[in-house]
Design a protein around this ligand. Structure first.
Ligand code: HEM
Length: 207
């Protein structure tokens, strides 16, 4: 990317997240009721900061449970470490929000984001075992270097903070988004009926 007359390089990371609503609401089957861990105020704390930025609807599941747009507040690089220890959270709970964790790395000293992000909905079969189309979140981010992205990703999981809190005997692991290894287990929707059996497709292509 070029800014003014200086040439500042950046890299673009592209990824996508397969949307699995049952997993999102932590339900084993559509007929079951979601538990309190996925109420709107809980989800807001997992994704943004703790304590929750807003209370949400009386019915924590109706109409999304609360407002769709929330402020992106910069709480600084040390906020995740504080809430991981239960400082300033409701009932002193140990928590780390996605935003809090990222902001350990994502902002310059004056608060300017060091990233440009875009995301939007998708519906395709990329990386889906069986090749069925599924709904997705498509995500891209421009950052100064691959190493910066790696550090950002490490901050996102903040396993160091989790370990630090867990090592204190009277404390439990902070509540945070579950960490997944770079090769996550993908959902396995039923394979679509092939239009042509594989060997016939090969014969057709060769013809
Ligand atoms: C399941 C996957 C993810 C979801 C649902 C998600 C969602 C969100 C949400 C809701 C926000 C806050 C609102 C906003 O600023 O737009 C946010 C912020 C952000 N996310 Fe994610 N995110 C995901 C994964 C990632 C990953 C893998 C990265 C890169 C390591 C990332 C980087 C960021 C950054 C840089 C911010 C802004 C941080 C800042 O305030 O400086 N996200 N994300």
């Amino acid at each position: 990317m070029q800014t003014g007359c200086e040439c500042r390089p950046s890299i673009q990371h592209l990824s996508h997240v397969i949307l699995d609503m049952l997993q999102f609401f932590d339900m084993d089957a559509p007929s079951l009721t979601p538990g309190s861990d996925v109420e709107f105020t809980e989800r807001v704390q997992y994704m943004f900061h703790a304590p929750p930025l807003v209370g949400g609807n009386q019915d924590q599941y109706a109409d999304g449970g609360g407002p769709a747009l929330l402020p992106n507040q910069n709480r600084g690089p040390h906020y995740a470490a504080r809430t991981a220890q239960g400082i300033g959270t409701e009932n002193g709970e140990h928590r780390m929000g996605h935003l809090s964790c990222l902001q350990r790395t994502s902002r310059a000293a004056d608060g300017t984001p060091i990233h440009i992000r875009m995301d939007g909905p998708g519906f395709d079969a990329m990386d889906v075992p069986g090749g069925a189309k599924v709904p997705e979140l498509q995500f891209t981010i421009f950052v100064p270097s691959a190493d910066f992205f790696r550090t950002l990703r490490t901050s996102q999981a903040s396993l160091d903070l989790q370990d630090k809190v867990r090592r204190q005997p009277e404390r439990r692991r902070p509540r945070a988004l579950p960490h997944r290894d770079p090769t996550p287990e993908l959902p396995r929707p039923p394979a679509p009926t092939p239009v042509l059996p594989a060997h016939r497709a090969r014969l057709t292509a060769a013809a």
